[in-house]
Each structure stands twice: as structure tokens, then as C-alpha cells.
Design a protein around this ligand. Structure first.
Ligand code: MN
Ligand code: MN
Length: 466
């Protein structure tokens, strides 16, 4: 072995370089990383919407002794509870023995909604021998990516008598799937010259649902009637029930390993299930911690964290208030001592699109869970900019627990921007910083992450709640 020069030794001591987790890992560690991602893949396939993610997380929590909490209930040290917010967002919490007024609450906040296509309220029609459903896209989608791929229909319909009917078509291998037509290249000369953003319009994202005419000469919309009669037979619904429905089209793809070595994993909706799953498992795997710990799985992040199930709702503070009140503590003091990791994804450096990234400050794949001191756009507009002290606190925590992590901005200054729930939580006087998994092709119907980064995020959350 060649000896290091003195200069090299000093350089290694004084300089900073990101580490690739797979390069650092023992074979046992690589196995642990791969094993953990098997559970994550099962979550991805079972929980493609916020409602499904809520139900799945409740099952996981109940298996570890968590029970349902209703606002107003008295709480005590040792309680393990979940608040089901309208079936679309979830707050899981565990009341620890540490004094709330000095230790606060450790909060992990992720979101469980993902970009998708929602049905309009009067969606069904037929034209030229084909049946269709009209959609209105939800969140930031590149519309051209949603054509010519298999889609599944998920959601609920509330019938005239108020009963809720769950719909799920396209996930079982024996199910049909749905589809959005695209133009053949032979006739695509004009379309090909259009910018990406307008080549496929929002009003052309119509879902192909059938082609079999109902057997009755007198009926005008025969294909529509075939679809309606199948829906009526299967779910007992009528066309009017679409008025009070929440139905979404999501990619019908299952999570799959990517590449010869299976180091990466592709799925719909990594953003932000890839932080939600580590947050829930970190809470459930660390049941004996002395901290009071809360995991928030929020809805509506992709459209501004609005509404009763979004992170701007009072519900987070309400639950913190109720925990504090039950234990005879001052909620204002508790909030001031609480700490939050806003658990959301960031952009992974992609050499295929290198010009929008500033490499030194980009998340590199497999280099670990990624902290963004700030997000936002332009001159740090619309962001929580965490303090050096809070970043230093988290840094020490990760160092003490052997977590390999990195920092990143979303991309080059002025290349664009984005936000997370961090600023809404920080507004409540809760110290917050963004931490999560770097994603390739974020918001595409099929996104890619590194299994090492998923596991690193789990390790980081464990260190935070322990
Ligand atoms: Mn996100
Ligand atoms: Mn997003």
C-alpha cells in the first residue's frame, strides 16, 4: 500500500466530499438496503392515492398497537394514536416520557398525494365509436407523458343516498386498463413543431373507456350506455353519482427494480411516498423512544397544501394543542421546543440534463438523504430557510448515528424552483428543515430513486425520533 503524502492527508482532513453509500457499504448493509426496499415497493403498489396511503399506514400502525384518536380525547404518556383526517391525511403520534415543555415534539411531515389526472364532475361522453372520460390534471404534470400509457382508475363515488363506493380498476392483472390517445408520428408534423408544454392540451387528456355499443337500436349513446350499465352492475352507481365523486387516473405500472444490478427502483408517486414510508417505519420501529413523536402524512401538497387535509390546515397545531393540554403543558412553549423534518423529495442530478443543475450543490444519486436548507424560487422567495444552528443540530445527529447524507438545491439559481410544506410548519414557530430522497424524472408517471437513498432517509428519520 502506498503511503499518503502529508498534503493529501491534510487535504482529506480539511476538505469535504460527498460519499456514495453503495461504495461505503458492507455486503450486509447492501442486503439491508435491498430488503428494506421490498417493503417500500409493496407500499407503492398498494397506496397510489392519498386515501389508499392513509388506509395502508393505518394498517401498519394498528399492527404495532396504535389506536384511533378522536379530537378532544384525553391523552397520557405511552399513548400510541392516529388521527384519520377525512380518510385522506393522517397524523400518527406517540406520547413519550420526556417533558414536552423542554423536549417539544419531533415531527416528520411528508405528503401522500401525487400528480395525476382527476375526472371532471360530468366526465362521460362518446364520439366516433369510442367512449371517453374528461379529466382535469392535478399537480405539476408534463401532459405529453400521460398519453399512450396504461392507466388505472382509483377513488370513491358518493351515491344519492350518501353511501361511499370505492372504485379500483386497472391494478389487478385481470383488470382492463384505461388510455389516452396520442397522434401517430405520420400525422404529427404540426404537433412535433409545438413546444412540449402545448403539444398536448389539457382538454385532450380524455380517457378511452370503451367501444362496445349497447344492444338497442333506439338508444343514441350506445357505448356510453354500455359503460354506465357495467358501472351500475359492479358498483350500483349512475351517471349522476359522478357529481359527488373523487376519481383519479394514475399509471397502472407496478414498482419495479431498474438496471442490471437492481440498485434503483422505478414507480409512480415516489414523490412523496418515498419519504412517507420511511417516516412511518421510523416511528413504528422506534416505539420505545422517550421523545413525543408525530408523523404527518399530508394531502394536497401538489396543489399548495390547501384545504382541511392539506398542511396549511390548523389540524397539526390542534393535535399539538390537545397533546399539550392533556399533559397539562403550555402549547405555545411546546411548539417553540418542537423540531420538524419536512420530508419531501428533491431533484436528483441527471447528467442527461446537466445544464439545469449546479453540480456542487445538487443531490447526487446514492449519496444519501438530502437536506435542502432552503427551497423556493429566484432570491429564495417562498421558502423556509432553516438556521445554521438547526442545520448544525441535525448534522450532529446524523454524524452521531452514522447517517450518510448530503445537501442540495433543486437546480441552478433562476432555473425554476419549487416549494414544500416546510414553510407552513415553520410559520407555527416550529424549527423545520427539508430532508428527503433525490428523484430522477420527478412528477413523471414513472419516477426513479436509488434504494440507498430510501434507506438513508429511513436511517435519518430513525436518528431524529430515537
Ligand atoms: Mn413532494
Ligand atoms: Mn411534487
Amino acid at each position: 500500500m502506498s503511503e499518503k503524502s502529508i498534503g493529501q492527508e491534510i487535504f482529506d482532513k480539511l476538505s469535504y466530499k460527498k460519499k456514495n453509500i453503495f461504495e461505503e457499504a458492507t455486503p450486509e448493509k447492501v442486503k439491508a438496503i435491498f430488503d428494506y426496499n421490498v417493503g417500500y415497493a409493496a407500499f407503492l403498489d398498494a397506496a397510489k392515492t392519498e386515501r389508499e396511503a392513509t388506509a395502508y399506514a393505518i394498517k401498519m400502525a394498528e399492527a404495532k398497537g396504535y389506536t384511533e384518536y378522536k379530537l378532544g380525547e384525553e391523552l397520557k404518556v405511552g399513548d400510541k394514536k392516529y388521527l384519520n383526517q377525512h380518510g385522506k391525511s393522517l397524523i400518527l403520534f406517540k406520547v413519550g416520557e420526556n417533558d414536552l415543555e423542554s423536549d417539544g415534539i419531533r415531527i416528520l411531515a411528508a405528503h401522500i398525494d401525487s400528480p395525476r389526472l382527476d375526472l371532471k364532475q360530468v366526465p362521460m361522453y362518446e364520439e366516433a365509436g369510442m367512449g371517453f372520460l374528461k379529466t382535469h390534471y392535478y399537480g405539476g404534470v408534463k401532459k405529453y407523458q400521460w398519453t399512450a400509457i396504461p392507466l388505472a382508475l382509483h377513488g370513491v363515488m358518493v351515491t344519492a343516498d350518501g353511501s361511499v363506493v370505492e372504485v379500483n380498476i386497472g391494478e389487478d392483472d385481470s383488470d382492463p386498463v384505461f388510455y389516452i390517445n396520442d397522434l401517430l408520428p405520420h400525422l404529427g408534423q404540426k404537433q412535433g413543431a409545438e413546444p412540449l408544454s402545448s403539444a398536448i392540451s389539457g382538454e385532450s387528456l380524455n380517457i378511452l373507456i370503451g367501444g362496445l355499443p349497447y344492444d338497442d337500436k333506439d338508444v343514441s349513446d350506445k357505448i356510453k350506455l354500455t359503460a354506465l350499465s357495467i358501472l351500475n352492475e359492479k358498483y350500483g352507481v349512475t351517471e349522476e353519482d359522478f357529481l359527488s365523486a373523487e376519481l383519479s387516473l394514475v399509471p397502472a405500472f407496478k414498482a419495479r427494480d431498474i438496471g442490471f444490478d437492481r440498485a434503483l427502483i422505478a414507480a409512480y408517486g415516489h414523490d412523496d411516498r418515498v419519504c412517507s414510508y420511511p417516516a412511518v417505519t421510523a416511528l413504528l420501529d422506534n416505539g420505545d423512544t422517550k421523545h413525543t413523536v408525530m408523523v404527518v402524512l399530508a394531502d394536497k401538497e401538489e396543489i399548495g397544501s390547501v384545504g382541511v387535509t392539506g398542511m396549511q390546515s390548523d389540524i397539526l397545531v390542534d393535535v399539538m394543542k390537545e397533546i399539550s393540554r392533556s399533559l397539562g403543558k403550555n402549547e405555545v412553549v411546546v411548539r417553540s421546543k418542537s423540531k420538524c423534518l419536512s420530508a419531501d423529495v428533491t431533484a436528483c442530478y441527471d447528467p442527461n440534463f446537466a445544464d439545469v443543475y449546479e453540480r456542487r450543490n445538487s443531490a447526487m444519486i446514492s449519496c444519501g438523504t438530502t437536506m435542502s436548507k432552503y427551497t423556493g424560487a429566484r432570491g429564495k422567495s417562498s421558502t423556509n430557510d432553516a438556521s445554521a444552528e438547526f442545520v448544525g443540530f441535525i448534522r450532529k445527529l446524523f454524524r452521531d448515528n452514522g447517517v450518510i447524507w448530503q445537501t442540495a438545491e433543486l437546480g441552478k439559481v433562476d432555473a425554476g424552483g419549487g416549494g414544500t410544506v416546510a414553510m407552513y410548519i415553520a410559520n407555527h414557530n416550529i424549527e423545520t428543515v427539508d430532508l428527503g430522497v433525490p428523484v430522477i424524472s420527478m412528477h413523471a408517471p414513472y419516477e426513479v430513486v436509488s434504494k440507498a437513498d430510501v434507506y438513508s432517509t429511513y436511517e435519518a428519520f430513525c436518528a431524529f425520533v430515537k
